[in-house]
Design a protein around this ligand. Sequence first.
Ligand code: DX5
Ligand code: ZN
Length: 215
Amino acid sequence: MTKIAPSILAADLLKIKKEVKMIDACGAEYIHIDVMDGHYVPNITFGPNIVKSLRSVTNKILDVHLMIKPVLNYIDSFLNAGANIISFHPEADQNHQKIIEKIRNSNCKPGIAIHPNVKFQDIKHLLNKIDLVIVMTVVPGFGGQKFMDSELSKIKDIFEYRKENSLNFEIEVDGGINDLTAKKCLNYGADILVAGTYIFSKKEEKYKHLIDSLR
Ligand code: DX5
Ligand code: ZN
């Protein structure tokens, strides 16, 4: 079944504990945490401290999406904070092997995130080393952007590559997800849908319905 990963970037941070408990109770499988450094992307968000705080309020998978450059030096702090999955953008740090090993050795799952400007051919060699691929369907940096249909073929390429090579990683799609774009992503082979604005811009009574509408 399709997994849903609400992105807390769009949540009300004044009541983040309640927000996360709500989406947990509404059946979301992952909690997506967007880490931005004002350098790899032109926006600043959360650090390991929020991962640590959320770890104490939910047992759901903490899905950390690092939009930072460099990457390697920060992995330990996210591991110690209790992340379950840590994904990075391969073009932001060349120490791919070291980053992936460090994450795996700590019983955490390594992932890569693919910027719309990065081609499938350029990340293909990493696909047998990771557990999650995030296909970005917006330029990373902000929530609430329009879904890029141009990235759908990348989902398909990755889906087919996984089948041809009998690999097991999950395919997550991130950016501009709503009930209509979700359908397209699932048709092209997505396993997990990240959704920020679509869920958190509505009243909390609607979270359950919104999450269900994406599956
Ligand atoms: C964008 C982030 C996304 C973002 C998605 O850089 O990686 O996870 O929170 O937000 P929506 O669902 O609003 O496009
Ligand atoms: Zn993200």
